[in-house]
Design a protein around this ligand. Structure first.
Ligand code: ADP
Ligand code: MG
Length: 636
C-alpha cells in the first residue's frame, strides 16, 4: 500500500506559512517590507488587539495593476526576481514571493491598491488564500493591506500566541526595526488607535534614532562613520557610561535590513573591552552598506540572518569604527545637572525646532542618506513630503553640542585613522579580537591644553580650569583606571609584597575550589595564598600596590566575582582580578592627595588616556561657560 501523498498546494502553503508567518509581528514585517519595496515615502501600520484580529499597512508606493492584484497572492509570485541570476544581487527586501501567499493562507485579507497615475483602483478580498471578491474600487494611490483573523483556520498556531500585550509589543518592535533601518521613509505606528511612534522620514539617521529610540538613549550615543573598499558603516554607538543590562538596544542593519549577527555583535563589544563592566552591554544603531553581491540574505526565510563574503573585513571595519568613535568622544562627560537646575535653565520647549537644520549641519552632524539608496523599486517615486515635520535631528545634535576640549583631539579623518590601525591588524578574526587591547597607545599623544588646577573639593573632586571650561575629576575613578592600565600592561609576574603577618581566610568548599582553580593566575598577579588546615587558608603576599589591611577584602571580592561567573575565560578572570587590585590600590575619596599626585592625575585625564574607570563610570565632567551663564541667567 502506498503511503506517500503529494500535498495539495493549499496545504503546502499552510505549512510554508509557519516559516514566514510565525506570529502577527512577522506579518507586520513582511507587509512593511513590501511597502518599502514599492518605493513608499510614507507608511502607516495599525494593529488592534495583539495584531491577530487586525493588521493594516497603508503605503503611498507604486501600487499594483488590476491584473497583478490577484496574482500577488500566488506562491512564488514576485515582481522582484526574474531568474536565478538575480539571486546573487538582491537589492529589495523581498524576493521569494512567499509572504502574501503564506499570510493569505491563514487569514482573511482585504487589499485596496491603485497604481500611480491610474484612474481607479482595485479591491480584492481573500479567505484562506482563495479570492472571494475582486473588482474596481475608489482608493488613493498606493496600497492598503488589511489582514484580519490571523490563524483563524490553524487553531494550533493560534494557541501558541502569547497574550495580546506581548504580541502587540512584538508587532511594535518589529515595525520599529523596519523603520529604524530606513531613515528615508516615514513610518507611523498605531496600536489600538494610539500612536506608538512616528519616524520623520527625512533621510537622517540622527532624527530617526531620536524619534524611534527616544531622547535618553539618543543622548548617550556617539557618531560612528567609517568606510573601506566599498564597505561602509555609519550610525551611532552608546557611550561606555551608558552601558545596559542586556543587548536589546543593539540594532544592526545591512543594506537597510535589520539583521542579527554574532560577528557584528562581537566586533562591537570587542571595541568596548575594559571600558564596560562584565555584564553590561553597549547600545548601537549601525548601518552597514555593502554591495549586494557581497552579502547573502537567502540563508533563512525571515532574512534576519546573513552571510558576508568577507567576514574579516566586515569585522575589522565595524571594530575600528566603533573604537574610533569611543576614542573621539569628548574626554569628559557632560555634567548631569539636578532636575531642578535643569528646569531652571532649560530652553523653551520649541527652542530645538526653531533652530535651523543648517546650523547643526555646520556642527558636523549631517547624516543625510540618499533616499531609497538600496532598494530598486520597479516604478518611480514621488519627492519627499518632509516640510511639515519637526526637525528632530536638531534636538539630537544639541544633545551633543561640542566643547573646546574636543579640539585637543587628534585631527584625523576617520579614513586616515583606519589606515593607521590597518597596519597592525593581524590576519584572523579571532586574532584581531585579541590583538587590539591597547588601541589608544597606537596613536600619537595629543598635546595637552593649557590648564590650571584650582584645588580639590570634598576631598573627592579635583577642580581644573581649561580655557572656558571647568573640569571636575573624580580622583578615585581616574586613579583606578591609571592603575588598571599600568597593571594590565605588565605581561608577567606582578610585584608582590609579603605580609608581615599572614592574613587568615575562611572559605566554604565552593570558594576553596574556585581558589584552587585560579591559583596559578592569582600567584602570577601577586597573590600568595596557601591552604592552612581543612577549609582555612592564609594570604602570605599580595600585589605590592595594595595595603595589608585590604588583603582579605580584595581576595573576597575576587572570589565573589568568580563565583558569579563574571569571568568565563582566563583573560576575563585576569581582568576582573586586576580591576579589584586597581580599585584597592587607588587613592580613595576622602583621603588627602598630594599636589604632585593631583597633577599626575590631571595630566592623564587631559591627555585623553583616562576617560572611564574600569567599571565604565566617567572619570570627569565639564561645566562650560555656557552652562554657568545659563545657570545664572546671564543668557537664556
Ligand atoms: P516578495 O515581496 O518576495 O516579492 P510577496 O508575497 O511579499 O513577495 O509579494 C508579492 C508581490 O506583490 C510583490 O513582488 C509585489 O509585486 C506585490 N506587492 C506586494 N505588496 C505590495 C505593495 N505594498 N505595493 C505594491 N506591490 C506590492
Ligand atoms: Mg514581500
Amino acid at each position: 500500500m502506498s503511503v506517500i501523498n503529494i500535498l495539495s498546494p493549499h496545504v503546502a502553503d499552510m505549512i510554508a506559512a509557519g516559516e514566514v508567518v510565525e506570529r502577527p509581528a512577522s506579518v507586520v514585517k513582511e507587509l512593511l517590507e513590501n511597502a518599502f519595496d514599492a518605493g513608499a515615502q510614507n507608511v502607516t501600520v495599525e494593529i488592534r488587539g495583539g495584531g491577530a484580529p487586525y493588521i493594516r499597512v497603508s503605503d503611498d508606493g507604486c501600487g499594483m495593476a488590476p491584473e497583478d492584484a490577484g496574482v500577488a497572492f500566488l506562491r512564488h509570485a514576485t515582481s522582484k526576481l526574474r531568474d536565478e541570476r538575480g539571486l546573487e544581487a538582491i537589492a529589495t527586501m523581498g524576493f521569494r514571493g512567499e509572504a502574501l501567499a503564506a499570510i493569505s493562507a491563514v487569514s482573511h485579507i482585504e487589499l485596496l491598491t491603485r497604481e500611480k497615475g491610474s484612474a481607479s483602483g482595485t479591491r480584492v478580498t481573500l479567505s484562506a488564500g482563495d479570492i472571494q471578491d475582486m473588482g474596481p474600487a475608489g482608493c488613493p494611490e498606493g496600497t492598503t493591506m488589511i489582514v484580519r483573523d490571523l490563524f483563524y483556520n490553524t487553531p494550533a498556531r493560534l494557541k501558541f500566541l502569547k497574550s495580546d500585550r506581548a504580541e502587540a509589543a512584538a508587532c511594535v518592535q518589529s515595525a520599529l526595526r523596519c523603520a529604524l533601518g530606513r531613515p528615508e521613509i516615514s513610518v507611523r505606528m498605531l496600536r489600538d488607535g494610539k500612536e506608538e511612534f512616528f519616524s520623520p522620514g527625512d533621510g537622517r539617521e540622527d532624527s530617526c534614532v531620536y524619534t524611534l529610540l527616544g531622547r535618553e538613549l539618543a543622548s548617550s550615543m556617539l557618531r560612528c562613520v567609517s568606510e573601506d573598499e566599498g564597505l561602509k558603516v555609519t550610525g551611532f554607538v552608546s557611550s561606555p557610561a551608558a552601558g545596559r543590562g542586556n543587548r536589546s538596544a543593539q540594532y544592526f542593519f545591512c543594506n537597510g535590513r535589520f539583521i542579527r549577527s554574532q560577528l557584528l555583535q562581537a566586533a562591537l563589544e570587542q571595541a568596548y573591552k575594559n571600558t564596560l563592566l562584565t555584564g553590561r552591554y553597549p547600545a548601537c544603531v549601525l548601518y552597514l552598506d555593502l554591495s549586494c553581491a557581497s552579502v547573502d540574505v537567502n540563508v533563512h526565510p525571515a532574512k534576519t540572518e546573513v552571510k558576508f563574503s568577507y567576514e574579516k573585513k566586515v569585522f575589522d571595519l565595524v571594530y575600528h569604527a566603533v573604537q574610533l568613535s569611543l576614542e573621539g568622544e569628548k574626554r569628559s562627560a557632560a555634567v548631569e545637572l539636578s532636575p531642578s537646575t535643569k528646569k531652571a535653565i532649560e530652553p523653551k520647549a520649541d527652542f530645538y525646532r526653531s533652530m535651523s537644520a543648517e546650523s547643526f549641519r555646520q556642527n558636523g552632524y549631517s547624516v543625510d542618506r540618499p533616499r531609497a539608496a538600496q532598494s530598486a523599486p520597479a516604478r518611480p517615486q514621488t519627492p519627499p513630503a518632509a516640510e511639515k515635520r519637526p526637525d528632530f535631528s536638531a534636538a539630537f545634535a544639541s544633545l551633543h553640542a561640542s566643547s573646546p576640549l574636543e579640539q585637543t583631539r587628534l585631527d584625523l579623518s576617520p579614513v586616515q585613522k583606519i589606515e593607521k590601525f590597518e597596519k597592525k591588524v593581524p590576519d584572523s578574526t579571532e586574532k584581531a579580537a585579541e590583538s587590539v587591547e591597547k588601541p589608544v597607545q597606537n596613536v600619537e599623544k595629543p598635546a595637552l591644553p593649557d590648564y590650571k588646577i584650582l584645588g580639590e573639593t570634598m576631598k573627592t573632586y579635583i577642580l581644573v580650569e581649561v580655557g572656558e571650561e571647568l573640569l571636575l575629576i573624580d580622583k578615585h575613578a581616574a586613579h583606578e583606571r591609571m592603575n588598571f592600565d599600568r597593571l594590565r600592561a605588565m605581561d608577567r609576574q606582578i610585584l608582590s609584597q609579603t605580609l608581615l603577618t599572614p592574613a587568615p581566610l575562611k572559605l566554604d568548599a565552593g570558594d576553596a575550589e574556585l581558589l584552587e582553580q585560579n591559583g596559578e593566575l592569582l600567584s602570577e598577579l601577586g597573590f600568595e595564598i596557601e591552604p592552612f588546615g581543612e577549609t582555612d587558608y592564609v594570604i602570605r603576599a599580595v600585589p605590592a600596590d595594595i595595603l595589608a589591611s585590604d588583603a582579605v577584602p580584595a581576595v573576597e571580592e575576587i572570589l565573589e566575582k568568580l563565583r558569579r561567573g563574571k569571568a568565563p575565560d582566563r583573560q576575563s578572570a585576569r581582568d576582573e582580578i586586576l580591576h579589584t587590585v586597581a580599585c584597592k590600590a587607588a587613592i580613595k575619596a576622602g583621603w588627602d592627595t598630594s599636589p604632585a599626585e593631583r597633577e599626575r592625575i590631571v595630566r592623564e585625564v587631559l591627555s585623553g588616556r583616562v576617560r572611564y574607570c574600569p567599571h565604565g563610570r566617567p572619570v570627569s565632567a565639564v561645566l562650560t561657560r555656557r552652562d554657568l551663564d545659563k545657570m545664572f541667567k546671564r543668557i537664556v
